[in-house]
Every structure is written in structure tokens, then in C-alpha cells.
Design a protein around this ligand. Structure first.
Ligand code: ADP
Length: 302
């Protein structure tokens, strides 16, 4: 896979206050990278530096083989969507796209194509101001797609959307990758929503990358909890502790904190042994402690 964007060891301070401290992100073609972090982590600053819109203090950035700050041609193959899209408010979206297509030298048919690609059909003749937040974001994506970019950069595209619009927008990003082979860099402060579609997650906190890897690798940082219902919870807790587990009876369940998913077979063996020894086990399930927790824990650890 060809690298579309590489940013390494990027540093940036505003008025002496560090905002990025050695952060980086890379995007290959046909892949989706999720840049995740709480508000103020430095996501937008890193994205703007990657696009050459903000000057970095230090670090290497290559966008399609060029330094985007020195050479604006680096941005020719990039479509960009920001958190709050702002197209001319009273002009029908299609009219605006036609004007923009002329400016970018895109053929007129491209307008119809991007309206379809962005799922804007039926709404393209409405003025931008009259569209819902989700449709405004789609209009911005249609605009970004006009010059047939190979890389789409979307900074918090879902943050102002309701849950249904969020899901639709994320699905649209997935389609753009799958059907059009686009590389996508999408930022969000919600880890869970990006986990489903990203090939790689980069967790950013206080200007530093605190974790990066496939969604599976990031999820595995989570310590799963198993809840067990038992006829003799106190004895079961003892047995589990003797086998090396962290077990607590909370009055309803015996809760076992697993170190990782490989602990599961050992836990099942221990439960089977407990059963043989007369400690009844009525049922158990695994609680995902919430993927947001992963982010919090990783951030704390970082
Ligand atoms: P995120 O996108 O993760 O919310 P940002 O990159 O927008 O984070 O902001 C990171 C930090 O940098 C914030 O504390 C923000 O106030 C600060 N910051 C961003 N842009 C500027 C600027 N132009 N001048 C001063 N501080 C800024």
C-alpha cells in the first residue's frame, strides 16, 4: 500500500504552550485511520499541520511526497471536511457545486456524481442553510470529492450529528474507501464509533500519541470483566483467588477482572472445577467495560 500521508515527530506550541509534542500519523491508500482523542488533545492542529494550513515548529510531514506547508500542490489530491461545514447559505447546493467544479476544472457531470456519492440526492436543490446537520456534512463531502481526491481528511465530521446521522455518515466514509479506494483520515473524540470502520487507530492525548494499532490491538488493552452468578459466591471467590484471579463478590455477582482474553480458558477450567467441588455456577457473561474506558485508561497510562 502506498503512503499518502506521513507525519512524524511533529511539535507545535502556541505562546510557549505545547499543543503537539512529537505526534504523528500515517495514512496509506485504501485505508481508514481514526485519530482519536479528547477535546483539546491536538487533533485539529495535527490535521492542519498535515494539510500545510498551520506551520509546525518541528517534524517531518509528507503529503503525496511533498511538504504541504512549502508546496500547496501537495493538497491537490486531498479532500477536506471540517467539523462545521460552511458553504454559502442561500445558494442551492448543486449551484454551488457547479460553480466550484468550474473553479477546480472538474467536468459538469462530476457534480451529479458527487451528489450521488455523498448520498445527497433529493436534497441537492435546497439551499445549504435549510439542510439538516447531517446533510450539511454530506454537502461538504460532495464539495470535497469534486476534484476526485485520493485522500479524504475529515476532522470530527460526526460531532454535531444525531446518532442516526452519525451512523449514516460513517457508513458513507466506509463506502468511499471500499468502492473508490480512497484513503481516509477521520478524527473523533468518540473512540467507539471509529473502531468499527478504522484499519488503524491513533490515540492522541495532550499532543502525544499514547497508543496506536489495529482496533483489535486497542480493544485488547481493555481488561474484560466476567460476571458470574453462583449458589456460593463467597467460596467461589476464594477458589478463584486461589487460582490467581482478581475476584470480588459485589452482592449479586462474582466479578472477575481478566488481564486479557487469554485468561478465559483458565477461568472456564476453574469454574468447572468449582462445580465438581459442589460450588454451583448458574451463569456467567462477559461485560465489555465500555470502549470509551479504553481511551480513558490509555490516556491515564500515557
Ligand atoms: P482537538 O482538535 O483535539 O480538540 P486542537 O488541536 O483544536 O485540539 O487544540 C489543541 C490545543 O491547542 C487547545 O488547547 C487549543 O486551545 C490550542 N489551540 C489550537 N489552535 C490554537 C491557536 N490558533 N492559538 C492558540 N491556541 C490554539
Amino acid at each position: 500500500m502506498a503512503k499518502l500521508l506521513t507525519a512524524r515527530d511533529v511539535w507545535k506550541s502556541y505562546s510557549g504552550r505545547p499543543v503537539l509534542a512529537g505526534a504523528g500519523v500515517e495514512v496509506s491508500d485504501k485505508s481508514i485511520v481514526g485519530l482519536i482523542g479528547p477535546n483539546g488533545a491536538g487533533k485539529t492542529t495535527l490535521i492542519k499541520i498535515c494539510l500545510g494550513l498551520v506551520r509546525r515548529d518541528r517534524g517531518d510531514v509528507s503529503l503525496f511526497g511533498r511538504d504541504p506547508f512549502r508546496d500547496p500542490r501537495a493538497r491537490e489530491r486531498v479532500g477536506v471536511v471540517f467539523e462545521r461545514p460552511n458553504l454559502p447559505s442561500s445558494v442551492p447546493v448543486s449551484r454551488f457545486l457547479e460553480m466550484a467544479a468550474r473553479i477546480y476544472g472538474a467536468p459538469r457531470e462530476r457534480v451529479r456524481e458527487v451528489v450521488k456519492l455523498a448520498g445527497l440526492e433529493g436534497h441537492e436543490w435546497k439551499p445549504f442553510a435549510s439542510l439538516s446537520a447531517g446533510l450539511k456534512q454530506r454537502a461538504a463531502i460532495a464539495h470535497a470529492l469534486l476534484p476526485e481526491p485520493d485522500l479524504l481528511v475529515a476532522d470530527e465530521p460526526t460531532s454535531n450529528l444525531d446518532p442516526v446521522e452519525r451512523v449514516r455518515l460513517l457508513r458513507l466514509l466506509e463506502e468511499l474507501r471500499k468502492d473508490h479506494g480512497m484513503g481516509i483520515l477521520v478524527s473523533s473524540h468518540v473512540l467507539a464509533e471509529v473502531l468499527r470502520l478504522a484499519d488503524e487507530i491513533v490515540l492522541l492525548n495532550e499532543g502525544k500519541v499514547v497508543a496506536r494499532g489495529s482496533p483489535e490491538e486497542v480493544i485488547l488493552r481493555e481488561r474484560p470483566v466476567v460476571r458470574i452468578r453462583s449458589g456460593d459466591p463467597e467460596r467461589l471467590s476464594e477458589l478463584l483467588k486461589n487460582s490467581g484471579f482478581e475476584a470480588v463478590w459485589d452482592g449479586v455477582y462474582v466479578r472477575v477482572n481478566l488481564r486479557n482474553v487469554d485468561d478465559v480458558p483458565k477461568l472456564l477450567e476453574t469454574l468447572a472445577r468449582a462445580h465438581r467441588e459442589g460450588v454451583k455456577v448458574y451463569g456467567f457473561d462477559m461485560v465489555e467495560s465500555g470502549l470509551e474506558q479504553v481511551l480513558l485508561e490509555v490516556v491515564k497510562a500515557g
